[in-house]
Ligand binder design. Structure first.
Ligand SMILES: [Zn+2]
Ligand SMILES: [Zn+2]
Length: 94
C-alpha cells in the first residue's frame, strides 16, 4: 500500500505519524483527526473541503492506490449539495 504514514494537518499545518499517534478517523469526514490540535476536515469551510477532496481524488487516481474514497462520502455529499445550490442560485438570477 502506498498510503502515507505522515499526514499533514489541514488545520495546524503540522505533520504527525498516523500510526504512531494512533490517530483516529473522524466518522463524519473520514479524515484523520489530528492528535496535535484535534482538527479534521470538519473544521474547514465548504470551499476548503472541496479543494481537499478534489486533491485526494486526483492523487489517488494518479497513484492508483485502491484508496477507499467512499470514506469521505458524507462530506462529499455536503460539498456537492452546496455546489448544486450555488448553481441553481446562478440560474435563477439570469
Ligand atoms: Zn492539527
Ligand atoms: Zn471530521
Amino acid at each position: 500500500m502506498c498510503s502515507p504514514q505522515e499526514v499533514c494537518c489541514f488545520i495546524c499545518y503540522k505533520t504527525f505519524d498516523k500510526d504512531k499517534t494512533r490517530s483516529k478517523k473522524c466518522s463524519l469526514c473520514g479524515d484523520f483527526k489530528c492528535p496535535l490540535c484535534g482538527g479534521c476536515m470538519c473544521n474547514l469551510t465548504l470551499g476548503e473541503q472541496r479543494v481537499v477532496l478534489a486533491m485526494i481524488k486526483t492523487y489517488e487516481k494518479m497513484l492508483d492506490t485502491g484508496y477507499n474514497f467512499k470514506q469521505h462520502e458524507k462530506i462529499e455529499k455536503k460539498v456537492r449539495k452546496a455546489l448544486q445550490e450555488k448553481d441553481s442560485f446562478k440560474n435563477k438570477k439570469k
